[in-house]
Design a protein around this ligand. Structure first.
Ligand code: OSB
Ligand code: MG
Length: 368
């Protein structure tokens, strides 16, 4: 397989509803896709982060430079840009897991398409469909939240995640429990909005039988999460703090978390995500597949990952319609609360050319 061309397509897709978290409000998904062309086939991927470094340190404009100036030259120097060689070739560049994941995933897609092999087969998926959860943003009022949750449950979502922040935590959780009952699988995500000084307040969440509380404290502070976990019955789940299998091993050993949110982009790509799955499974720690409001290009391989045996909790792998009126790929549609795992070679989906053209704001040729 010979690398012939790499294109970066900036895309902007309006969200069907604003998505508010403790770190900001998003009204559209602004990111880029990578298209790699080899002598045999082509491959696609989606950069997972946003134009601003508010969820994580990486951002769209920075990632474009990192890929163009630092990652691609290393990959282009390889005799063959195969997945096994690409990660070690990029390793001398520090950090930038999401940028690395974007390049590695596009190359992996191309490689697997050449073999006629799906991501599901490559990763070792064991299910044909995966249960879908939904991440519900912070709302202006509790009645507004209850309406949204009711609608998602009517659509079939099997698990609800509520975004929380100081001032929007115990009351919305209590209201959802009172309205929809104790059997509803329910969890919360703080996106680093609290400190250890809030431990006593967060203990109030223990009354509601939550599956987990996601990333309550600051990113990378495993020690503080371990101290918090000592005081909470609710399992702590880490998202932002886990960048590698080594982080997952440390966090589990310290009891800084009892569940792991696996986002392939955050951990440098799919092989890295599978390693976290393996480490967690070896410790009996459940994992689930997170999301970054991806288009179908990013969602398709996430569904393959979510079908690995250790992914025992529903993910944030929602249907296209939860995010976009029109997706860049054929839409993923919920059926009995599940989404199908793509079976076609590579990521298993392609951008619809006319839709892609309408949502593309700028194209750069990074390599030719
Ligand atoms: O923390 O999991 C998060 C979206 C963007 C950035 C961070 C997060 C999220 C979500 C939504 O919670 C996940 C999704 O539905 O794709
Ligand atoms: Mg999260």
């Amino acid at each position: 397989m010979k690398l012939e061309r790499v294109e970066l397509l900036h895309v902007a897709l309006p969200l069907v509803t604003p998505f508010r978290t403790s770190f900001g409000t998003m009204t559209s998904k602004d990111t880029f896709l990578l298209r790699v062309v080899t002598d045999v086939t082509e491959g696609w991927s989606e950069f997972a982060a946003d134009p601003q470094p508010l969820y994580c340190s990486e951002f769209v404009a920075g990632a474009e430079i990192v890929i163009r100036d630092f990652l691609l030259p290393r990959v282009a120097a390889l005799p063959e840009p195969t997945t096994a060689l690409v990660a070690p070739a990029m390793a001398s560049v520090k950090g930038h897991e999401l940028a690395k994941a974007a390049l590695e995933t596009a190359l992996l897609d191309a490689e697997l398409r050449a073999y006629g092999m799906s991501f599901a087969t490559f990763l070792g998926s064991v299910h044909e469909r995966v249960p879908a959860g939904v991440s519900v943003g912070i709302k202006n009022s509790v009645p507004e939240l209850l309406d949204d949750v009711e609608r998602y449950l009517a659509e079939g979502y099997v698990r609800i995640k509520l975004k929380i922040e100081p001032g929007w935590d115990i009351e919305p959780v209590r209201a959802v429990r009172e309205r929809f009952g104790d059997a509803l699988p329910l969890q919360v995500d703080a996106n680093t909005a609290y400190t250890l000084a809030d431990a006593e307040h967060l203990r109030g969440l223990d009354d509601f039988g939550l599956l987990l509380i996601e990333e309550p404290l600051e990113e990378n502070n495993l020690h503080a999460h371990a101290r918090l976990q000592k005081r909470l019955a609710t399992p702590v789940c880490l998202d932002e703090s886990i960048h590698s299998a080594r982080d997952a091993a440390s966090a589990i050993a310290m009891d800084a978390c009892r569940v792991v949110n696996v986002k392939p982009a955050r951990v440098g790509g799919y092989p890295g995500a599978r390693r976290i799955h393996d480490v967690a499974a070896a410790h009996g720690v459940p994992v689930w597949c997170g999301g970054m409001l991806e288009t179908g290009i990013g969602r398709a391989p996430n569904l393959a990952l979510a079908a690995l045996p250790g992914f025992t909790l529903p993910g944030d792998t929602s249907a296209s319609g939860r995010y976009f009126a029109e997706d860049i790929t054929e839409p993923f549609v919920l059926k009995d609360g599940h989404l199908p795992v793509p079976t076609a070679p590579g990521i298993g989906v392609d951008p619809l050319p006319d839709v892609l053209a309408r949502f593309t704001t700028r194209t750069e040729v990074l390599y030719t």
